[in-house]
Design a protein around this ligand. Structure first.
Ligand code: HEC
Length: 117
């Protein structure tokens, strides 16, 4: 058998290992149970469901909108803590509901959870 350079293979393996470690660390940073509870306790589910528009956009749709945007987390946190004026699916306008927490850890976790859809 002809001996080819071992480098390309080694790089490929490294990339796979790095990729796996990265996705692991991202999932490990989201506490799904906690995020779901916060979402439920704040009545967010009244207007947001994982995959159906329901007053507001589905979580999948929000995640899609922010896919690949490095400032996604900050944008979502801002949205949830400042309550901008929004237009509901039925055309009615109101101030968006605020999340009743100022804890950056809680906010970050919810934002990451939404973006994971
Ligand atoms: C009365 C209905 C309603 C409730 C309750 C509600 N939302 Fe929303 N939400 C909306 C609507 C409508 C939009 C779309 C706003 C837009 O695209 O301009 C939205 C958008 C969002 C977005 C995306 C913002 C963006 O920049 O695209 C996030 C994140 C979000 N809501 C989180 C939450 C959280 C967390 C809660 C609970 C604290 C919540 N929402 C409760 C109606 C609601």
């Amino acid at each position: 058998m002809k001996h080819s350079s071992p480098w390309p293979q080694a790089f490929r393996s490294l990339a796979i290992i790095a990729g796996a470690a990265f996705s692991l660390s991202v999932t490990a940073q989201v506490n799904v149970e906690e995020a779901k509870n916060v979402f439920k306790d704040n009545d967010c589910r009244k207007c947001h469901s994982p995959d159906k528009a329901k007053g507001g956009p589905s979580l999948k749709k929000i995640a899609e909108k922010y896919k690949g945007k490095p400032d996604a987390e900050q944008k979502l946190i801002k949205h949830m803590t400042q309550g901008p004026r929004v237009k509901l699916e039925n055309g009615k306008e109101e101030d968006h509901k605020l999340l009743d927490s100022n804890d950056p850890k809680v906010l970050k976790n919810v934002a990451r959870w939404i973006l994971s859809h």
